[in-house]
Ligand binder design. Structure first.
Ligand SMILES: [Ca+2]
Ligand SMILES: [Ca+2]
Ligand SMILES: [Ca+2]
Ligand SMILES: [Ca+2]
Length: 249
């Protein structure tokens, strides 16, 4: 059976001028990674099976999570060949060039653009479209890009008697310093969601300057809102807009 397949592939290759394919797509160096993926996703050499000359071909390295650009045995998640603060694993997800600090040549490094919420493949100031995921059990808020967790923060959600609603929501308004008439305190970096009276905001501040609940993060003690720590709230506020989806589970 094995030899029958080899003979078949040989005859097939003769007919098609030795054009080799992977997953039905052209694969010039026969390493199992199609030419177009080598050019557009992995930035490996489509005409050289072992781009980094370490004895393992690109297909083997990519599929076992090792860097095809680094001759050392380094995982893509730990490899940053171009020192743009973005690991190769993330470069693959964003389809940025792991050998080029600034894939779109707009003067801002790939890792910096992504962390600031901008598209690293566009010289226009186009924004990435993040989503938020709140886990009530773990008391965490995840900030996701392309469905992957880019940042995760500790939160305080509603106490048992005033639980945070669960389901799929979205951001409906943003107020840099919102005032709660009910509780008479400030809620910095307010992100209202489409559930009445519920939002995501920084730890509240009383008019006398007292900051509520700095030790509450990680515990469900709020009145239903999702409280974020100092720094974390501003980070999220700056990167989401009306319409950003939020999952609360
Ligand atoms: Ca190939
Ligand atoms: Ca290699
Ligand atoms: Ca890069
Ligand atoms: Ca750039």
């Amino acid at each position: 059976m094995f030899w029958k397949n080899i003979i078949f592939i040989f005859i097939f290759s003769l007919f098609f001028g030795f054009r080799v394919v992977a997953n039905g797509l052209p694969d010039a160096d026969r390493d199992g990674v199609p030419d177009q993926d080598e050019r557009q996703i992995y930035y490996t050499d489509p005409n050289k099976a072992d781009t980094d000359d370490d004895g393992f071909n690109d297909f083997e390295e990519i599929n076992s999570g090792f860097s095809p650009h680094n001759p050392q045995a380094v995982k893509t998640i730990d490899s940053d060949v171009d020192s743009d603060t973005l690991s190769e694993a993330w470069e693959i997800k964003f389809k940025t060039d792991p050998r080029n600090k600034d894939s779109d040549n707009d003067g801002v490094y790939d890792g910096v653009e992504i962390d600031k919420g901008f598209n690293p493949l566009s010289v226009e100031n186009s924004r990435l479209k993040p989503s938020l995921r709140i886990n009530l059990q773990k008391q965490t808020l995840d900030y996701l890009l392309f469905g992957y967790v880019w940042k995760s923060f500790s939160v305080s959600t509603g106490k048992a008697s005033m639980p945070t609603p669960t389901g799929d929501f979205m951001v409906v308004n943003k107020i840099e310093k919102a005032w709660s008439r009910t509780y008479r305190l400030w809620m910095p970096y307010w992100l209202g969601i489409n559930s009445p009276g519920i939002g995501i905001h920084e730890l509240p501040i009383w008019p006398n300057g007292y900051r509520e609940g700095e030790n509450h993060l990680g515990r469900p003690v709020s009145h239903g809102c999702v409280r974020l720590g100092i720094g974390a709230a501003a980070y999220i506020y700056d990167r989401v807009s009306s319409g950003t989806p939020i999952s609360i589970r």
